[in-house]
Ligand binder design. Structure first.
Ligand SMILES: N[C@@H](CCC(=O)N[C@@H](CS)C(=O)NCC(=O)O)C(=O)O
Length: 205
């Protein structure tokens, strides 16, 4: 398998999950603005959607969409317990949360990377985002270690990755202490640290 990624982008979640699952994979960096890969391939030819993450399977097929890739990785290594079994209530609830992170949190934060965003649009986006984070803050209020309980899951990799953008986007999360403590717990996981180092985002300890 090969993961096409951009450092610190949402593809970091898939990267973390590949490591958490202990799967073997290659990495190839994509310049999502120039639409080329580090090996000079035409990104739009490889993936006409133009965005990361994309996972090239061993049969050559290229698959996209965060939530789908996260579920696929979990299914490749059930013993890593990144997602409960299909058809269970626990899986239903985890999928519900994954789509919430994707459509309500990822997309709101992502919109703020647009340099053309107006101050009014940015304020409205932050207001909506804080309302969405409120649910996350409430879930974490019972002292659970990860977002679905004590087991690290696909949603943790995703939520951690997009919440990390708050700092470069200057979004103040200080009213969400449970979320901030959670970010710290996820950050120290060895697979997370290894992914951050591999993407050149932090130096190796
Ligand atoms: N629907 C896609 C969206 C992925 C996405 O937003 N990727 C961003 C990075 S976080 C990207 O590559 N943007 C560049 C572009 O859209 O051209 C998913 O959930 O996987």
């Amino acid at each position: 398998m090969k993961l096409y990624y951009s450092p610190g982008a949402c593809s970091l979640a898939t990267h973390i999950l590949l490591r958490e699952a202990g799967l073997s994979f290659d990495l190839e960096k994509v310049d999502i603005r120039a639409k080329t890969t580090e090996h000079g391939e035409d990104w739009m030819a490889l993936n006409p959607k133009g965005y990361v993450p994309a996972l090239r399977l061993d049969d050559g097929d290229v698959i996209t969409e965060n939530v789908v890739l996260h579920g696929y990785i979990a299914d490749q290594k059930p013993e890593a317990k990144l997602a409960p079994a299909h058809g269970t209530k626990a899986r239903l609830k985890q999928d519900e949360l994954a789509v919430y992170v994707s459509t309500e949190i990822h997309k709101s934060l992502g919109a703020m990377f647009n340099p053309a965003i107006t101050d009014d649009a940015r304020k409205a986006t932050i207001d909506r985002l804080m309302a969405r984070y409120k649910l996350i803050e409430q879930l974490l209020a019972d002292g659970r270690t990860y977002i679905t309980g004590e087991q690290f899951s696909t949603v943790d990799a995703y939520l951690f990755t997009v919440t990390n953008w708050a700092t470069p986007l200057r979004v103040d999360l200080s009213s969400l202490p449970n979320l901030l403590a959670y970010q710290g717990r996820v950050a120290v996981r060895p697979a997370v640290q290894a992914s951050l180092v591999a993407e050149g985002l932090v130096k190796a300890a």
